[in-house]
Design a protein around this ligand. Structure first.
Ligand SMILES: [Zn+2]
Ligand SMILES: [Zn+2]
Length: 285
C-alpha cells in the first residue's frame, strides 16, 4: 500500500478542502469576528457600557486571554487532525455541493439544525455537570471563567470542543445538506457560542435579530451560578423537560421588562443574596 499516496490524496481532493477544512475555517472565522470586538470592549470596560454588564464584578479578560487563544489554537489543530482521520467516512455522507435547495428548504433545515443541536447539546452539557469525572477533568476548564467575555466562548478542553463540533454536524449529515447551508449553520452556531459569553446585555446587540436565540444573559447565568440553563439557543429544555431552569433568570427578564438595566438588576440580586454587603458596596459607588 502506498501510504504517502493515500495521505497525499487528501490534498488533491477539492471536496476535502471544501467540506471539512473550509467548514472548520469558516466556523473559526465566524467565532473570532464576533468574539474579538466584544473581548476588546470587555478589556477596555468603558464606563458608558457598564450599566449593561450582566455581572458588575470585573471581567477576567487579561487572566484568560492567552489561555483562551492557546486552547482555541490547539483545539482546532486536534479537530483538523480528527477530520483528516474520519474523512473516509465523512465523504460517504450525503452532504453535497450540487444544486442549492429552495430557500424554504434552507430555512426548514436551519430550524431543524437549531432544534436538534440544542436538544443534543442540552443533554451533553447537563451530563458534563452530572458526571463528576467529566466535570472535574473536562468541563471544568470552560467554567474557570465566571464572568466571561467573547473569546472565552471556545475556551474549553479539547474533548468538549470535539464533542460540541460533532453535535453541530449531526443535522447536516442526517439531511444531506448543501455545503453552503452547512457553512451558514456553523456561522449561526458560532455566533451563538461567542455571543453567549460577551458579558453584556445591550439592547442594540444585532444578535437579538436571530429569532429564537435567547441572548447572552441566558448562558451568563450558567457561568455565574454554575448549575442550570444548560441549553444554548432555547430555554424550553431547561424550563419544562429538565427542571434545570435558573429562576433568577426569569426574575431578570421581569425586571428588564420593567425598564431596569443589567447593572440595576445585578445590584438588586446581590442585595437579596447578601443585604448588608451589597448595601455597603452601593453606598461606596
Ligand atoms: Zn457548563
Ligand atoms: Zn460557556
Amino acid at each position: 500500500m502506498n501510504v504517502f499516496g493515500y495521505w497525499g490524496g487528501f490534498y488533491n481532493d477539492p471536496w476535502f478542502w471544501q467540506f471539512p477544512m473550509a467548514t472548520l475555517a469558516i466556523s473559526m472565522a465566524a467565532f473570532l469576528i464576533v468574539a474579538t470586538p466584544w473581548t476588546i470592549v470587555a478589556w477596555l470596560d468603558p464606563v458608558s457600557l457598564r450599566k449593561y454588564k450582566i455581572q458588575q464584578k470585573p471581567f477576567e479578560v487579561k487572566k484568560f486571554l492567552l489561555p483562551s487563544l492557546g486552547r482555541i489554537f490547539i483545539n482546532n489543530i486536534i479537530l483538523a487532525a480528527l477530520l483528516v482521520l474520519i474523512w473516509p467516512l465523512l465523504k460517504l455522507t450525503a452532504v453535497h455541493n450540487n444544486e442549492l435547495p429552495d430557500w424554504y428548504v434552507v430555512v426548514a433545515q436551519l430550524v431543524f439544525f437549531v432544534l436538534l443541536d440544542d436538544f443534543l447539546y442540552y443533554w451533553m452539557h447537563r451530563y458534563m455537570h452530572e458526571n463528576k469525572w467529566l466535570l472535574r477533568n473536562v468541563h471544568s476548564v470552560h467554567h474557570r471563567v465566571r464572568n466571561t467575555c467573547g473569546i472565552n466562548g471556545n475556551y474549553m478542553h479539547w474533548l468538549e470542543y470535539v464533542l460540541t463540533a460533532t453535535l453541530t454536524l449531526v443535522g447536516s449529515v442526517l439531511v444531506g445538506a448543501h455545503i453552503y447551508v452547512v457553512w451558514l449553520w456553523v456561522i449561526i452556531r458560532q455566533i451563538e457560542g461567542a455571543d453567549g459569553h460577551i458579558g453584556y446585555d445591550i439592547p442594540w446587540n444585532p444578535v437579538h435579530l436571530l429569532p429564537v436565540y435567547q441572548g447572552p444573559v441566558y448562558h451568563d447565568f450558567h457561568h455565574a451560578r454554575f448549575k442550570g440553563n444548560y441549553a444554548g439557543f432555547l430555554p424550553y429544555l431547561d424550563k419544562y423537560m429538565g427542571k434545570t431552569y435558573i429562576p433568577a433568570y426569569l426574575n431578570y427578564l421581569k425586571a428588564k421588562n420593567k425598564g431596569l438595566t443589567a447593572a440595576e438588576i445585578d445590584l438588586q440580586n446581590r442585595e437579596e443574596l447578601n443585604p448588608s454587603r451589597a448595601g455597603r458596596q452601593s453606598s461606596r459607588q
